[in-house]
Design a protein around this ligand. Sequence first.
Ligand code: AMP
Ligand code: MG
Length: 452
Amino acid sequence: MQYLSVDEALDFILTAFNPLEAQPVEVGHALGRILAEDVLSPLNIPPFTNSAMDGYAIRAVDTAGATPESPARLRLVAEVAAGQVCDQILGPGMAIRIMTGAALPQGADAVVRFEDTTEGFFDFSITSPATFPGSKDSLTGNRHKPQEVGVYIQASPGLNVRQEGEDVQAGRLVLQAGTRLNPGHLGLLAAMGITTLGCARRPHVGILATGSELLEPGQPLTPGKIYNSNNPMLAALVVGCGAEAVMLGNASDNWEVIRSRLVEGLRLGVDLILTSGGVAVGDYDLLKQVLQAEGQLDMWQVRMRQGKPLAFGHLGGIPLLGLPGNPLAPLVSFELFARPAILKMQGLTPILAPLEANLAAPIHNPSGQRNFLRGKMGLQGTNLWVWPGETLKSSQLASLIESDCLIVAHEERSSYVPGDRIGIIPLYGPGLNQTNTMSRATNPTVTRINNS
Ligand code: AMP
Ligand code: MG
């Protein structure tokens, strides 16, 4: 049996996980999914050369020397809107009225904005609509067909033109395997006309609470009982890293009940089981004995605070992480061990690399273990600061109201003072920890941050 440091435990646990198979996922359902394959663009974006402005398609050479005082006068021969293709070829001295996104007519090599033509300088108070190129009749709504337009600037070839493929060339590697798809990626995929992608299958993670004191929210609270808060928290954490939570309920501290719930999880085909409670040294802490008897216990206890009695093993060939029960411990252990494992199953290479912040209040860590404290981060100017949650709220669960990170106090260091650089691990993964409200500044020299 091994008694490992946090880093050793993570390495050990991760060796038990491999990327799951890929499956086709529709783009509309791919937010947050992790690509299992590289994506090459099947087409040029834009797919055809088009106008970047509302204005006039012209030949740049026809505007040589043009100024507001001496505009180039061009003959209007056609108009083209977005979605249309103009079959008129633009010859010398001609202009074609064009809207943003419309295909550039053959023969044109530049677009002059309305603002840079006689149309842009149109004075509504003194000129009649009939002289306004392309203006609409105020009564009929019909457009007057002007004969010509004056161009006030000398255009160079390519002005206000989006060339075919200038954004993305066909065949270009656009997104690499292992990318977690965000809304921008989904837009890009749609622009390439892609409807389905290969993504790693979502891991199915069984969640079981243990403890004879547990009731489910909604049941009447009776003496000696508490509500099971670990299951909803773990389910949300699991879903937040792209996996599916398979709820296995709560089991009393009874060998047979625990065993049958775990077996039910295996029957449902989970890829990982997370349990909470029952892994310490209490008389009724049966989880690891059940694991030892029915499967194998590979690892127990990690040199850390908040979560030391972590157990890891296998049951029916399926990995099981036995998290301690005390509500903060499963949160910390999840972030340190379960999240990396779940991400690895989706094809990511997880590394535990804390960010660094300036510490806003002292920390004492005489335990000789790595201590993960709850914290609240906030920017002051361009500097990231972190306030230890323990100084915000002393109670355990209530500190989660404000915490958005874990502060990593190292085992070799017994104290930190304000201003020290210290490692922090954002809670809840990317994108979900964006609240930025400090209710109480703990260091008088540090201004309170409140972006709400
Ligand atoms: P254990 O790890 O089973 O010794 O539990 C440690 C502490 O966490 C005890 O006070 C339990 O009542 C509490 N606890 C265990 N499981 C849960 C749970 N699912 N929800 C809330 N508290 C729990
Ligand atoms: Mg218990």
